[in-house]
Design a protein around this ligand. Structure first.
Ligand code: FEO
Length: 168
């Protein structure tokens, strides 16, 4: 059975991952409206990954006899002034999520919850990759902004792949 403080944070993380999906879907829609279908594809794939993350937290909690409570998902309300801003917002958001995962890990450590620590290891690694991808995309944008069409074409090739994590 999970410690109350840990399960509360894990349950809250579901909402954060769902909001991540919403945020990326919103960014995908923004680029769709601008005719940049490669960027749209990139963030649509990102949104699907975030849904996967949310479902992992649900499954983990359910596997540990916790009754999940779903809360309202906040509306992404950012008005982007240029193509770079959503990319920066994505990086900022990933850093926020990294911090959130770290906080859960810290809490799990404080109550000697080794099982949750092990579960979170995958997310800790994943967040490293997420931040790296978001940072690289900003760098690529800075290089390519004179010819965004080429970068857009590259981003169109991103395909969704199921995450490597499996839960019994
Ligand atoms: Fe689920 Fe991008 O963190």
């Amino acid at each position: 059975m999970l410690h109350e403080k840990v399960s509360k944070l894990l349950n809250e993380q579901i909402n954060k991952e769902m909001f991540s999906a919403y945020l990326y879907l919103d960014i995908a829609n923004y680029f769709a409206n601008k005719g940049l279908t490669g960027f749209q594809n990139w963030y649509n794939v990102q949104a699907r990954e975030e849904m996967d993350h949310a479902l992992f937290f649900v499954a983990y909690l359910q596997n540990n006899e916790f009754e999940v409570v779903l809360e309202k998902i906040e509306k992404p309300t950012i008005d982007y002034m240029n193509f770079k801003e959503p990319l920066q917002e994505a990086l900022k958001h990933e850093r926020f999520v990294t911090d959130s995962i770290n906080q859960i890990f810290k809490q799990a450590t404080e109550v000697s919850d080794y099982r949750t620590q092990q579960f979170l290891q995958w997310f800790i690694k994943e967040q490293g990759e997420e931040e790296k991808n978001a940072t690289e995309l900003i760098m690529k944008y800075d290089w390519a902004k004179e010819n965004l069409f080429l970068l857009d074409k590259e981003l169109l090739t991103r395909a969704y792949t199921a995450p490597s994590l499996t839960l019994d």
